[in-house]
Design a protein around this ligand. Structure first.
Ligand SMILES: NC(=O)c1ccc[n+]([C@@H]2O[C@H](COP(=O)([O-])OP(=O)(O)OC[C@H]3O[C@@H](n4cnc5c(N)ncnc54)[C@H](OP(=O)(O)O)[C@@H]3O)[C@@H](O)[C@H]2O)c1
Length: 142
């Protein structure tokens, strides 16, 4: 199963799901019943699990070559993305595309928590040796 997609119903992820819906080599990591239902009609595999659950993550990354990694901005974001990314690398993933965010910058602007979380996750992904890492940094669209 070459591609693992997290948050396939997310603000960004649902557009990725639309682009991949005819492909059979995609695994969609989805937590809720409603989320699984929303993926009705995709050709790939719907994987039910929670990214904060170590056993779910271990099963989800088996056989995966590429990972789209995203998680809502929340208290568990750094741990969840770091753990999933690390497990994926250990399972042989070649490429991770991580959803980040464009940092706010400029005179008098303090570093923000969203940017801090993405920077920390990105540093940890580098440190576990992801062969190919792409970090997307879109502007805030809310
Ligand atoms: N919004 C912006 O303006 C903006 C701009 C730039 C970057 N970003 C970045 O975008 C990222 C969020 O991406 P997004 O907006 O595409 O996603 P999102 O809409 O926040 O993702 C929501 C999805 O996450 C799933 N989810 C939450 N906790 C989960 C868990 N423990 N296990 C499995 N699935 C879980 C939920 O699945 P269920 O429904 O099945 O529970 C839900 O469908 C953040 O890192 C943020 O910094 C946002």
């Amino acid at each position: 199963m070459p591609i693992l997609v997290t948050t396939p119903n997310g603000g960004v992820g649902r557009h990725l799901t639309e682009a991949l819906r005819e492909r059979s080599d995609v695994r969609y990591f989805v937590r809720s019943e409603a989320g699984a239902k929303a993926l009705d009609g995709v050709r790939g595999e719907i994987f039910r699990g929670d990214v904060t659950d170590a056993a779910d993550v271990r099963r989800a990354v088996v056989g995966v070559d590429r990972l789209y990694l995203a998680h809502p901005f929340a208290e568990d974001q750094v741990a969840a993305e770091t753990h999933l990314g690390t497990a994926a690398v250990e399972a042989g993933v070649r490429r991770i595309v991580k959803l980040g965010a464009r940092p706010f910058a400029g005179d008098g602007i303090l570093p923000d928590a969203v940017t801090g979380a993405h920077d920390l996750i990105t540093a940890r992904l580098h440190s576990v040796g992801v062969p190919e890492l792409t970090v997307l940094r879109p502007d805030r669209f809310l």
